[in-house]
Design a protein around this ligand. Structure first.
Ligand SMILES: *[C@@H]1O[C@H](CO)[C@@H](O)[C@H](O)[C@H]1NC(C)=O
Ligand SMILES: *[C@@H]1O[C@H](CO)[C@@H](O)[C@H](O)[C@H]1NC(C)=O
Ligand SMILES: *[C@@H]1O[C@H](CO)[C@@H](O)[C@H](O)[C@H]1NC(C)=O
Length: 379
């Protein structure tokens, strides 16, 4: 009896589920998708309004799936949000594409996520000037985590009397700022030094290099940098090489100065042993953060050189630049040399005592008998 009742109940539940999933709630996409440029050299503001019928779903959550990319990118970047706006970074030299859809989930959908169609929008800053007028070979290096040095060359179509300007922005700056320390060549700005960027580390740093010339429009260059991936430390300091009795080389150094975080460094150590006339080849070893290394010397050569350089490690960055080398050369006396060094004083002392004995013998012969030896001045 009880079994039959249970069976009836479970059947009823199954039918209930089938019935409700066959009923589809639908939701409209958001409205009025708009992209505006706040003048931050890459960040754009994207806003939309809720779908028209959204107040019907008061026992459901309304979320938005927002996707964006630059035209030409393979993948969309995705953000889920309940808000009605987003600020995200683009490469302004390309078209920005965005799309948004409504996501509905809760009692009104039997806790199944319901998606609306997409709504799309694109944005492109007015691209003035010919592409060949854009500056070339733009490079930046973040030296010692202290200052950023960027350099470029004038564009191929750069007219006479061109004036370039570098502008930058990162999250936290109210508005885009202009470089105030340009590097010049014959009166033309070809680089910029930016100090005091620690607030911009591990963020997107948007840069624009644009230019003006009397009658010609020039194409601006837009780049987005990540400082920690452009770091170049100074060479390591206080390199000390010592050798133990077991013929092992102990190499020790200090992290470079500046603001480089010591825990962000890895090192490469190279040893070259001079085999007589042959030019020594460098043999590489590496360490992660450690600033000492013990090397067993395979070749008992007379002169060896050790050099060390540092770079940002994978715990702090995807990539970085190697520092210059710090080098220390030293000579080690060979085993045969050591024996020679011990022999020389022995031979010297033996021969000098021989000479003294002979001289004393001479003096004794010459001095008259009975006269005390100490009066024989001149010997
Ligand atoms: C460095 O930047 C901060 C804000 O990020 C500012 O308050 C400070 O005055 C700046 N220092 C120098 C030396 O420019
Ligand atoms: C260069 O870009 C800055 C920042 O967007 C802007 O204020 C300036 O007017 C531009 N200059 C030229 C010559 O286009
Ligand atoms: C020792 O010498 C051999 C050949 O003479 C060379 O291949 C090897 O790399 C050297 N080892 C070191 C540590 O310099």
């Amino acid at each position: 009896m009880a079994l039959g009742w249970l069976y009836a109940l479970s059947m009823a539940l199954v039918w209930g589920c089938v019935a409700s999933s066959s009923y589809h709630t639908t939701v409209a996409p958001p409205q009025d998708l708009q992209i505006t440029d706040p003048g931050l050299l890459g960040s754009l503001d994207i806003e939309w309004k809720p779908p028209p019928n959204v107040q019907m779903f008061n026992e459901c959550t309304v979320k938005y799936k927002f996707e964006y990319r630059n035209t030409g990118d393979r993948d969309w970047k995705v953000i889920f949000t309940r808000k009605l706006k987003c600020r995200v970074g683009f490469d302004l030299s390309k078209t920005a594409e965005v799309k948004v859809q409504t996501l509905l989930e809760g009692q009104c959908t039997d806790n199944v996520e319901v998606q609306s169609d997409w709504i799309y929008a694109t944005f492109q800053v007015p691209l003035q000037g010919k592409l060949e007028s854009e500056v070339q070979n733009f490079h930046c290096i973040y030296h010692d985590w202290e200052y950023l040095k960027c350099t470029w060359q004038p564009g191929l179509l750069a007219p006479h009397g061109v004036h370039y300007g570098l502008y930058y922005w990162y999250e936290g700056l109210g508005h885009a700022a202009q470089c105030d320390d340009y590097i010049q060549d014959h009166g033309i700005n070809i680089g910029c030094m930016l100090q005091n960027l620690s607030q911009a580390e591990y963020k997107d740093l948007s840069i624009c290099v644009n230019g003006s010339a009397a009658a010609t429009l020039l194409r601006p260059l837009y780049v987005t940098l990540r400082l920690h991936n452009l770091a170049k430390p100074s060479p390591p300091k206080q390199l000390v090489v010592s050798m133990s009795a077991s013929e092992e080389l102990h190499v020790a150094w200090s992290p470079p100065g500046g603001e480089t975080p010591p825990q962000c460094l890895e090192y490469e150590v190279q040893l070259a042993e001079d085999q007589g006339e042959a030019k020594a080849a460098w043999v590489s070893m590496s360490t992660q953060m450690e600033t000492t290394l013990t090397i067993s010397r395979a070749n008992q050569s007379r002169i060896s050189c050790v050099r060390v350089r540092g770079r940002t490690n994978i715990f702090c960055a995807d990539q970085g630049f190697w520092s210059e080398w710090t080098q220390e050369c030293f000579s080690v006396s060979r085993k045969e040399d050591k024996q020679l060094f011990i022999l020389i004083p022995v031979i010297l002392s033996l021969s000098s005592s021989l000479i003294i004995f002979m001289l004393i013998g001479q003096c004794k012969k010459r001095s008259p008998a009975g006269k005390p030896l100490h009066e024989s001045v001149g010997c």
